[in-house]
Design a protein around this ligand. Structure first.
Ligand SMILES: [Fe+2]
Length: 277
């Protein structure tokens, strides 16, 4: 099945109001002319507008920072199901994901990726609209059952050894009305009698996401540009690169649309859920 049209290149827009409109309609937009991190954070807040609650830089994506975090995560043990956390080397194409996936309902609903310096070569970005992907699956007789599974069956969205308190389907509409479709490398069925059968569907969803990533378009983000992403609806990632000077800031924003807004900062190396669940 051809799912390449679930991947898309976001439109370049000017101004926070237009970014907000395109974000709502298409799931992402790109803005330009943001010279420093502070301006990028301020712009993100403006995009959220009246609904803004919290925003801040979550981490800087650089090769050195990635390697430091990967080393810590590599020390963590596998869980009882044999799942092991790992952060891939920057030279590899990323697994498509929603940021903050380890935090479940506490994940940010807005994501702003501000590029201070792109990689000299490689590191192109990709985006996958899970809403579009679900529609494509649902319209194909061979894949319709996967779409039904994604919409109807609770699974475990937690990372190995960091359980979340609730199960949820892969795709849902959250209380604020926003569409949410999730993917990350550790999705697993809820343990129990149907586990084996459910693995089939979780793996099919993975297959569809990987196909959308690898057959769809990718795009380059230049210095001073920022991708504004609906982190509920759209998966993101970048191609591999080996430039130690590439620097992108991942800025997380919570609006009143979010399912839960955490009280404090979240740690992706040790993703324990905040107490405010
Ligand atoms: Fe990310």
């Amino acid at each position: 099945m051809d799912v390449s049209s679930a991947s898309f290149i976001p439109r370049r827009v000017s101004g926070a109001a237009e970014a907000r409109e395109v974000f709502a309609a298409e799931g992402a937009a790109i803005v330009t002319g943001l010279g420093d991190e502070q301006s990028a954070v301020a712009f993100g807040r403006e995009v959220m507008g009246d609904k803004a609650v919290r925003i801040g830089t979550q981490f800087e994506a650089t090769k050195a920072h990635g390697e430091k975090e990967a080393a810590k995560v590599a020390m963590q043990p596998a869980d009882s199901r044999g799942r092991k956390r790992s952060f891939a080397p920057t030279e590899e194409r990323m697994v498509a994901h929603n940021d903050g996936f380890a935090f479940g309902d506490h994940a940010p609903d807005h994501l702003f990726l501000w590029c201070e310096r792109p990689a000299a070569k490689g590191g192109d970005s990709f985006l996958i609209d899970t809403s579009r992907l679900l529609d494509l699956l649902a319209a194909d007789p061979e894949w319709a059952a996967v779409a039904d599974f994604c919409r109807g069956i609770d699974i475990d969205h937690s990372e190995p050894n960091f359980p979340q308190s609730v199960y949820a389907p892969i795709v849902r509409t959250v209380p604020s009305g926003r569409f949410q479709g999730r993917y990350h490398p550790y999705l697993a069925p809820v343990e129990g009698l149907a586990e084996e059968e459910h693995w089939t569907f979780v793996r099919k969803w993975e297959e569809a996401v990987v196909a959308a990533r690898d057959t769809g378009p990718m795009f380059r983000v230049e210095a001073g540009e920022m991708i504004c992403i609906d982190n509920y609806r759209v998966l993101h990632g970048r191609d591999g690169h080996s430039d130690p000077r590439r620097r992108v800031c991942s800025i997380w924003g919570w609006s009143t649309d979010a399912v839960v807004i955490p009280d404090g900062p979240l740690d992706i190396v040790v993703p324990k859920l905040p107490m405010s669940a």
